[in-house]
Design a protein around this ligand. Structure first.
Ligand code: PLP
Length: 451
């Protein structure tokens, strides 16, 4: 393969060169033609031909502030001028300012921080801390979940992304419980009237597994379908964990920072986890930052014991200064409140699609975070495609629709048999209409296949 020298890459060859020299992640390599993006502003990005796309999923549910916020951009430059790097053993202005901000905003009790560069390594820190403090190894996770891509976090992941690592994933100490899914309960119950049997299932697991250090949940499941638990679920899980002296870890990598209409998803039920992990929206992904926050009680364990964890890039100043700016911008623009205010409009529009399209099985969501779940058959709730279809590379109905939407200038994330609607929190009603109208137009593809 001969490629041009880096100084003479033509605009036309950017996509090809990227494709030939980079891995396309979570996909078959064949057929990957990365779109060459040259600009992004607000809720839109632009390709090299000048075509604009509405970003209906905020680039993997990251860009809560929207693209190219000038104050955050300036904060990156300011931080670079002030102090681009110091190793993790030092105190810096940025580190102190962000820590003070977090004490204001995180659920009460989370007072000790470990800063990372991704959601994955925030979860790795959480697992190690939970295991070191409790002296126990097992962590209960749930099937419809994603917790990251490294050895332990992929083993903690319940969805198809774990499969390629089996049997290596086994032996990492993760055991799986059914997810909470009131549209399609994996253990055959119907809410209300189930007495939250999915939480009791975890109680049963803790008693029978032995050696359980923690229960790990996405309080609202993200990529796997924006699954909102019934109001009793998380308080009940908190009580079960307390009764067994097991830690509760809330993975808020996707749900944190206003996405659901509160700063954090656990705030909807006033549940206080022992450990909370987050990333993405903390900087709107302008710079790569993750966070593992724990209670002081957990942190105190290490006062006289070795804290056996760390990274060179931990608490990197270039990531921390812009996080303060991001949070200040979210407060100035009242974006958390805005996500809650926009929810009824988004819900009404998506429910409207459901009355029109037989292929929509369910619409569920909160704040500016919704899933549209497609089914072949509304009575049996059978999906068009399964996780198995995805790993085997079969064409997925949702991907065909997303490709048509993309051609119409709407970038819409799809996963197995649903869409995740999660635009930047600055989105207007007109922009939402533009995106939902495109979905409306192309759902005919699924309707024609529904029975
Ligand atoms: N946890 C959840 C809930 C996520 O959604 C993700 C990423 O999508 C991760 C963890 C991993 O985060 P990262 O991709 O930043 O490593």
């Amino acid at each position: 393969m001969s490629q041009p020298a880096s100084s003479s890459i033509s605009a036309e060859s950017i996509s090809e060169l990227t494709r030939d020299t980079n891995y396309g992640t979570w996909r078959f390599q064949k057929g990957w033609k990365p779109l060459h993006v040259v600009d992004a502003e607000g809720c839109w990005f632009t390709d090299d031909a000048g075509k604009r796309y509405l970003d209906m999923s905020s680039q993997l549910m990251c860009v809560n502030l929207g693209h190219k916020n000038p104050r955050v951009i300036e904060s990156i430059a300011e931080q670079a001028r002030e102090l681009p790097f110091m190793g993790p053993a030092y105190a810096t202005n940025a580190r102190a300012r962000l820590s003070a901000k977090l004490l204001e905003l995180l659920p009460a009790g989370l007072e000790k921080f470990f800063f990372t560069t991704s959601g994955t390594d925030a979860n790795e820190a959480a697992f190690k801390i939970a295991r070191m403090v409790t002296g126990k190894n097992k962590i209960i996770s749930r099937y419809r979940s994603y917790h990251g891509s490294t050895a332990a976090s992929i083993a903690a992941t319940g969805d198809l992304r774990r499969w390629a690592m089996e049997p290596a994933g086994k032996g990492m100490g993760f055991v799986f419980a059914p997810e909470t899914n009131c549209y399609k309960c994996p253990i055959g119950h119907t809410y209300p009237g189930c007495n939250i049997a999915c939480a009791d299932y975890i109680d049963h697991m803790i008693r029978n597994e032995g050696d359980v250090a923690a229960v790990l949940v996405e309080p609202i499941v993200g990529t796997n379908g924006v699954l909102i638990p019934p109001p009793e679920y998380l308080p009940k899980l908190r009580e079960i964990c307390d009764r067994h002296s097991v830690l509760l870890i809330a993975d808020e990598v996707m749900t944190g920072w206003g996405r659901t209409g509160k700063w954090f998803a656990v705030d909807h039920w006033n549940v206080k986890p022992d450990i909370l992990t987050t990333a993405k929206g903390i900087t709107s992904a302008y710079v790569p930052l993750g966070l593992c926050a724990t209670t002081k009680k957990l942190a105190d364990y290490f006062e006289d014991r070795y804290f056996s964890h760390g990274h060179t890039y931990e608490a990197h100043p270039i990531t921390l200064g812009p996080a303060v700016a991001t949070i200040e911008e979210m407060q100035r623009l009242a974006l958390v409140e805005r996500a809650a205010e926009m929810e009824p409009y988004l819900r009404e529009r998506l429910e409207g699609l459901k009355t029109k399209h037989v292929s929509i099985g369910d619409v569920h969501g909160i704040g500016l975070f919704f899933a549209v779940e497609l089914v072949k058959n509304r009575t049996t709730k059978e999906p068009f495609n399964t996780m198995r279809d995805k790993v085997e590379g079969k064409p997925l109905v949702v991907d065909q629709i997303a490709a048509k939407m993309m051609a119409d200038g709407v970038a819409q994330q799809s996963w197995v048999s649903h869409f995740v609607i999660a635009p930047p929190l600055i989105v207007t009603k007109e922009e939402l209409d533009f995106g939902i109208d495109a979905l409306d137009r192309h759902l005919a593809i699924a309707d024609a296949l529904a029975v």
